[in-house]
Design a binder for this molecule. Sequence first.
Ligand code: F6P
Length: 460
Amino acid sequence: MIIVTNRGPARFTRAPDGSFSAQRGAGGIVGVLGPNLSAEKDERIQWVATAMTDDDCAAVAAGKAELPGVDLELLVLEPRVHRLHYDVISNATLWFLHHGLFDLPRRPRFDHRFRDAWDAYVTVNRAFVERIADSASPGDVALVHDYQLSLVPGLLTKTRPDLRIVHFTHTPFCGPNSIRVLPDDVAHDIARSMVQVPCGFHTSRWASAFEASMTAVLGHDHRPTRVFVSPFAADAGDVLETRDSTATRDAIVELENHLGDRKLILRSDRIDPSKNIVRGFLAFDLLLREHPEWRERVVFVAMLNPSRESLPEYQAYRQEVEQAAAMVNERWGRADWTPVELDLRDDFPRAVAGYARYDVLLVNSLKDGLNLVAKEGPIVNQRHGVVCLSPEAGAFDELREAVLAVHPYDVDQNARALHDALSMPSDVRRERATRLRELASARTPAMWLGDLVDAAGPRR
Ligand code: F6P
């Protein structure tokens, strides 16, 4: 089996003595799937991905980009080509497209710079195909992931027709009106590639949008090969093990000492406009205005990982996030109470400590393929915490009966939902949290992987 992702399952760090160490890669799929695959014994697992950092490239050059249980192949790309593929097309164009983030009167603008970037995108997709074609055994299953690699299915089908290829999208997929924003030939190339293999999504909403978009671009004569829905799963064993680790136990004690008997509203996200972090702070501001009884009795901890900072949109959004938090603190803060605490450390054990301690978990994404935090949090939580979840997150379809819905644009409604969550009677909280834990752990990463392999079909 070959797993193909843009970001690999580990990032490498070079120590001053020249040795390399591997850390778990950031992000849902690689974070969960990486440890699960290394546990597989029966089959040879290859993983093809991009060398994302200078240290990754150095590890490849030194022959040290290695992981136990996985044959890892990191592609070292020419820096300019890498930047255009990752920043300009994958993030500033396709991520924005699928999450509905374009400010359409102003962006996007498709000009010669976009065309250079599109050429780089094609080059990177070809480089992936060459590497897979060189290393795959006859009849192998190739599981290709996400919008960074949307041309791989079509190119790989031509180069290696013996392979059983599946494409899985972890983001939402845009609908037919949005896909028309792309230049016609670009939309056409993406669609022609993807319809050639089975394509998977986290919810039927994104699957239906994909089918409608394919029809809008290609007409009714080019139906996708097969479209399937398989929601990704949290690795309950792994998050519970992390909760019981020394690092997390220490972080829980630190958090408890800091919070005392105050309630905790938590969010844990990459700093990304799709996560809707600013409106979350505005809702908290409104809660403190409308319900003075919560002043000094609740702390909003936002564990935020800076992300994609080479893009001006992300730099600007980070500033807005910091300003919104500062505004709430200036308005309501007291000498011994900071209402909003930003924690920008990228520290998984600490995030899991937050999961264990929250009273309310806020996930108010504008759009989100799944949102693994909404599943991991309830599995780990020890206080019958309430999850306020956006219906625009894919996980909502599985968790809806035990969460409070938060409309991502309705700040008033969000403030009311936060109040309802904080004031919920303890017996109701217990009942809902128990049900939520069942729903969040109903599926396993192995079930998800099995669905993808089934979609690949039998060996031909
Ligand atoms: O949230 C998960 C995810 O959608 C991945 O599937 C996707 O490849 C990733 O985010 C992109 O994040 P980054 O640009 O940090 O690699």
